[in-house]
Design a binder for this molecule. Structure first.
Ligand code: SF4
Length: 248
């Protein structure tokens, strides 16, 4: 039976990171506006060999975007790792979706302050929807929303080879993430600082640091996996045992 909202245990590049994903296949922005929609790994995989993940991702999107979550509902979402990636798949559906992600991070920040042994989890959101983040910034300034200190915002550049200037975005964004074609990056002498490392060994996107622009070279097949239930129950995994699921 589907849970109300379920997280994903990630692997490959996102090993030891928990993902909170939604489906790009029912997201108007992903289907009609996103600049990489025609080459999106996530859409392709959820349409083909990882169709099985789509129902729970769809349910997550529905439950995150229709109303503000209660504390009990937030508590019911399991985050087995202390580093969480929002939107490893999918994109913000609306402002309610964004507010719920902020409330999840705030719950973990506030609870860690008064409960010993309660881990301070870190949450990073990838999004192309600057207008929603700008609305959040305005509401924080108007004291309508409290910003958690354990949440980072990464603007995902709309197009390949076309870095968005951070000064044109909401000030809440910590970084801009851009994917480049390898030949283009070489010809323009672009420094690639998101390399083959796993995120937990790097943590540039999950910590407060001075790096503003993250640049990654486009790969034919992104090494991001979700472990199946059966694989999670065994200690050893070979690469061929994983189900490739891709990234946005
Ligand atoms: S820069 Fe580091 S933390 Fe960010 S996506 Fe790349 S490997 Fe992960």
């Amino acid at each position: 039976m589907n849970k109300f909202i379920s997280s994903s245990i990630m692997s490959g590049k996102l090993e030891n990171i928990t993902g909170l994903n939604t489906s790009p296949l029912v997201n108007h922005f992903c289907l009609n506006i996103c600049g990489i929609r025609n080459i999106c790994y996530s859409q392709n995989m959820l349409k083909t060999f990882r169709k099985s993940s789509n129902p729970s991702f769809k349910l997550n999107g529905k439950n995150l975007s229709q109303k503000l979550l209660t504390v009990e509902e937030i508590q019911s979402i399991k985050f087995p790792r202390n580093t969480v990636r929002f939107n490893a798949h999918g994109e913000l559906l609306n402002y309610t979706h964004l507010l719920n992600l902020v409330r999840i991070a705030k719950y973990y920040e506030d609870t860690a302050k008064y409960k010993s042994n309660f881990p301070l989890k870190v949450f990073t959101l990838w999004t192309k929807r600057n207008e929603l983040i700008q609305l959040l910034e305005d509401n924080i300034k108007a004291s309508k929303v409290k910003m958690p200190s354990n949440m980072y915002f990464i603007y995902s550049s709309m197009y390949i080879d076309n870095r968005t200037n951070k000064n044109t975005l909401s000030k809440l964004f910590n970084k801009v993430f851009t994917v480049y074609n390898s030949k283009y990056a070489l010809s323009k002498n672009i420094k690639i600082n998101c390399t083959g490392k796993k995120c937990v060994e790097c943590m540039l996107c999950y910590t407060d640091n001075k790096v503003t622009y993250i640049n990654e070279v486009e790969k034919k097949q992104q090494p991001v996996f979700i472990k199946t239930k059966e694989e999670r129950s065994t200690k050893k995994h070979s690469l061929s045992n994983y189900n490739l699921i891709g990234v946005k």
